[in-house]
Design a protein around this ligand. Structure first.
Ligand code: CUA
Length: 317
């Protein structure tokens, strides 16, 4: 009971039994089918065992050495024929569901690239973002996944089965979200020290909101003014632009998340922290304290440099 109570049963976490899309409804259906079959088999086996125990007790100590008449046919039926029938039926249903999940002809394809330990999303209009992947609700979207380094796995439990990200290979899966919402995703393949902190969100917007979002993400960052302009100078003078891109500025490196519209996101560090001024300053000052092993180095900025930098980044919407 303790094992059950403590084994990832947190209320409110994303669950495959809380399907919000057509593909995931098939997975959920399969889960319940397997659960029902297992429950029936368990009940039958327990029933037979109970019957055997009761018969043995009634008979007392005198041992019956006669062969049971239907022993051998029963072993063939329950040990071979019924399992073969069950496994065949489950196989047929699984293949049918897998084909249904892979099918469809999505209008939109989003490329998602796994990195240690964050997610890059590229849209057909040139927009690039990280860790928060917007899609239009009610429309199928093809997600093409690959990786920049080691194996990761893209998994949004409420929307679709997981799909592995393998070096040198592009896999794809179709995501459908029935209704607008924010669906948590998680890396599902061990990829190093911060694997557990490699989360992301799929945000399903009403289609017109999504179109506006995608157009806005493609635009370069607006020119900063006041303290934020000092922040941009800090960004370019320190090591930030060695890894990050902010479109519309000279910063164009692609090792780390594109920050052009950072302030539109609700979280930073792959879902680890909510995006607030305090969290952002903490993250910039000492990323290793938040995510030990992360590639981002600590910075030695003065108080006013850090303030300006945070002013600038929080204005990137
Ligand atoms: Cu990426 Cu685990």
């Amino acid at each position: 009971m303790i094992a059950l109570a403590t084994s990832a049963c947190a209320l409110g976490g994303p669950s495959v039994l809380d399907a919000h899309g057509a593909s995931e409804k098939r997975v959920e259906g399969l889960w319940w089918l397997l659960f029902a079959i297992s429950a029936v088999v368990l009940a039958v086996v327990l029933g037979l065992m109970t019957a055997a125990i009761i018969r043995r007790r009634r008979r007392g100590t005198d041992v019956d050495r006669s062969e049971p008449r239907w022993g051998e046919p029963f072993v063939v039926l329950a040990g071979v024929i019924i399992p073969v029938l069950i496994l065949t039926a489950v196989f047929v249903v699984s293949v049918r569901d897998m084909n249904a999940i892979a099918g469809g002809d999505p209008q939109l394809t989003v490329q998602v690239i796994g990195h240690m330990w964050w997610w890059e999303a590229r849209y057909p209009n040139g927009a690039i973002t990280a860790n928060e992947i917007h899609i239009p609700a009610g429309e199928p979207v093809r997600i093409e996944v690959t990786t920049a380094d080691v194996i990761h796995s893209f998994w949004v439990p409420q929307l679709a089965p997981k799909i592995d990200m393998i070096p040198g290979k592009t896999n794809s899966i179709v995501l459908v979200a029935d209704s607008p919402g924010r669906y948590r995703g998680q890396c599902a393949e061990f990829c190093g020290l911060q694997h557990a902190h490699m989360a992301f969100f799929v945000v399903a917007d009403p289609p017109d909101v999504f179109q506006r979002w995608m157009a806005h993400q493609e635009a370069p960052a607006a020119a900063p003014t006041g303290s934020a302009a000092d922040g941009l100078a800090v960004f370019l003078a320190q090591t930030c632009d060695g890894c990050h891109t902010i479109r519309g500025t000279p910063a164009s490196a692609a090792l780390a998340p594109d920050l052009t519209h950072l302030a539109d996101r609700e979280t930073i560090a792959a879902g680890t922290l909510r995006l607030t001024r305090g969290n952002l300053a903490h993250w910039i000052r000492d990323p290793q304290a938040v995510k030990p092993g992360v590639i981002m180095p600590p910075t030695q900025l003065t108080r006013s440099q850090l303030q300006s930098l945070v002013d600038y980044l929080m204005g990137l919407n």
